[in-house]
Design a protein. Structure first.
Length: 245
């Protein structure tokens, strides 16, 4: 890949920027986006290179639970598209629904459940095919690299909820029955917008905690950020290798 690649960094994953050769930054406000008020979401677009690949990193994101609508939440995806981005990596911090995928592990998204009750495509007959939101070829390449690197990488379905409260144990059991493997409060709307714009999408969840009701579940944002930072480095290596060549 040698075209400009976009990335959206979830809670605690901002350390990827430290590995970049940074060229310039554009704040959310300067780009016409709302500022994010969530710890771990700095609110800037960072242009530069990760290894040999030109990238623009959306350091932080905007959430529905901050009071924004679906159009505002996905404004960063549209802005990156205007800069020439045709492929985007969406990362997030998520709760694991499976004991075999403990905190600190990673999951590559095969599909998602949009349980936010909204869509960035509403307002017209935008009947976009969502049969394959997350690119299978890119996903396979990342899994191959992770396996060669000794990094366990699960794959599964991400359930996106509105938040900001964490889920109840009953809700987590419901999500499991619906086919979810991880749950969080972002990504799905961005993925839908990116797909509608013709982008190639890769989704990665850092499983920072067990979901409510599972043994050892810790539902605290500071713990989410701490675990995300600790797990980030191995995945950054995989991402960098996946962009080379």
């Amino acid at each position: 890949m040698n075209r400009l690649v976009g990335m959206v960094l979830g809670s605690g994953l901002g350390s990827l920027v430290d590995r970049m050769a940074v060229e310039r930054e554009v704040t959310f406000v300067d780009a016409g986006l709302p500022a994010s008020g969530v710890p771990g979401h700095d609110g800037a677009f960072v242009f530069g290179r990760l290894g040999d690949a030109p990238v623009v990193v959306m350091r932080g994101r905007i959430h529905l639970y901050e009071g924004h609508d679906a159009k505002a939440v996905t404004a960063g995806i549209r802005w990156m598209s205007e800069q020439g981005v045709e492929q985007v990596i969406l990362t997030n911090a998520a709760g694991s629904l499976h004991e075999e995928n403990p905190p600190g592990s990673w999951m590559v998204l095969t599909d998602h459940l949009n349980l936010t009750g909204t869509s960035p495509l509403e307002g017209g007959p935008n009947f976009v095919d969502m049969s394959e939101v997350y690119d299978a070829g890119w996903r396979a390449r990342v899994r191959e690299i992770a396996d060669a690197s000794g990094l366990p990488l699960a794959q599964g379905v991400y359930a996106g909820l509105r938040g900001p409260q964490y889920e109840t144990p009953a809700e987590v059991r419901m999500l499991g029955r619906l086919g979810a493997d991880a749950v969080g409060m972002s990504t799905v709307l961005e993925a839908m917008q990116a797909k509608a714009l013709g982008m190639k999408v890769l989704g990665l969840s850092c499983l920072t905690n067990f979901a409510a009701g599972l043994p050892g579940a810790l539902l605290d944002h500071s713990d989410v950020m701490k675990t995300g930072k600790g797990a980030a480095q191995a995945m950054i290596d995989v991402i960098e290798r996946s962009l080379s060549g």
